[in-house]
Design a binder for this molecule. Structure first.
Ligand code: ADP
Ligand code: MG
Length: 349
């Protein structure tokens, strides 16, 4: 589906490991005063003064987590950083550094790795995080990327998954389900392309969905908005696996139940129209889709007025007693028990 825009191919062996590392890291700028030493020594050196340090890692494997037939390498690099930053923001922290380790087979050229690092660099510049190290090695097959993000939060500012209390409001940022539908569109186009390579996909009606899948953003802004509103969440998590699954984490760890309302789930108009076209239930997609990288958090009910008026946030329900379980109240006012993987097994595989 994607044309090779880099007909020129330089083999990685030509540069050697150290040449490659120097080549891919030389254009990265340092943004954070806490980075005392980045790439180039045996270890990076950080100074996070009297703050608490947050550390999170994700491993992405070709064929398992991404498909290069519709995921351009630049987007892959960008997304690999974003998914890690999202975890730092979900702790109410600020992301400051990342390490990136890659294993690549000889199928990949220098130009391909440059594309990957162009995406990594774009994410680092956009989110003001420093690339401070990593490791580079070969793989027998495919490409593997491991990113670690490091962040800080002032003492007493970190928000865990386990702090939700009965009567708290449940809030999500942005809208849900678009990234999952973007993947459905891309999968469909890939199949069409396999049958007829001359068929040029018409993706105009799906731009938002595809962007949410291929170029997600992390909610760096939420901590600042909440600070301005003088609201401290009682619990928080980022939505990587789907709303249902994240609600389960919060409720299990906080030892509470929850009630969420179908008619309160934030959906983009493109999500609604694509659901009609794919004959999918938009509620199911919002609950189980995943990869939205929005934030799900709980706040005391006394903060209702502060949250209600904010266009970044939707109040989707409230926390109940543990013995109430996790309930979805449908538009028809029926109660349906939420399952960890979505109540209709969208992810049967
Ligand atoms: P060592 O052999 O001591 O592990 P390396 O030669 O692997 O060191 O790495 C040299 C420097 O380059 C280190 O600062 C390391 O963190 C950095 N580095 C190696 N690979 C990468 C990469 N893929 N991306 C960013 N930095 C890297
Ligand atoms: Mg090394």
């Amino acid at each position: 589906m994607l044309e090779d825009k880099n007909p020129q191919k330089t083999s990685l062996a030509e540069l050697g490991e150290f040449g490659l590392i120097r080549h891919i890291t030389k254009f990265f700028k340092i943004h954070q005063p806490s980075t005392l030493k980045g790439v180039g020594d045996d270890a990076a050196v950080l100074d996070s003064s009297d703050k608490q340090t947050l550390v999170t890692t994700d491993l992405l494997i070709e064929g398992v987590h991404f498909d290069l037939s519709y995921m351009p390498l630049k987007h892959l690099g960008y997304k690999a950083i974003i998914v890690n930053l999202s975890d730092v923001y979900a702790m109410n922290g600020e992301a400051e550094q990342v390490t990136v380790s890659i294993a690549v087979s000889n199928r990949f050229s220098l130009e391909a790795i440059e594309e990957l690092y162009a995406g990594i660099q774009l994410a680092c510049n956009t989110y003001k995080v420093d690339l401070i190290g990593g490791d580079t090695t070969s793989s027998t097959k495919g490409i593997l990327i491991s990113v670690t993000a490091i962040g800080t939060a002032e003492k007493d500012k970190v928000v865990y998954r386990n702090g939700a209390k009965e009567t708290d409001l449940i809030v999500v940022s942005g809208d849900l389900g678009a990234a999952y539908l973007g993947l459905q569109v891309l999968e469909r186009e890939k199949q069409v392309f396999q049958v007829d390579p001359n068929n040029q996909p018409d993706l105009e009606n799906y731009t938002y969905l595809i962007e949410r899948q291929l170029k997600p953003e992390a909610r760096k802004d939420v901590a600042g908005i909440l600070k301005e509103l003088d609201v401290k969440p009682t619990s928080m998590i980022d939505i990587s696996d789907g709303l249902s699954s994240e609600l389960f984490h919060i409720c299990t760890q906080s030892k509470v139940g929850c009630k969420i309302y179908e008619d309160k789930l934030p959906l983009d108009p493109q999500v609604i129209s694509a659901c009609e076209e794919f004959e999918l239930d938009s509620t199911m997609v919002a609950l189980s889709g995943g990869e939205d990288y929005e934030l799900l958090f709980t706040v005391p009910i006394s903060d209702f007025d502060k949250i209600k008026a904010n266009p970044n946030f939707s109040i989707i329900g409230h926390i109940t007693a543990e013995n109430q379980g996790l309930q979805l109240i449908t538009r028809a006012n029926q109660e349906i028990e939420l399952k960890a993987q979505g109540w209709n097994g969208l992810k049967e595989d």
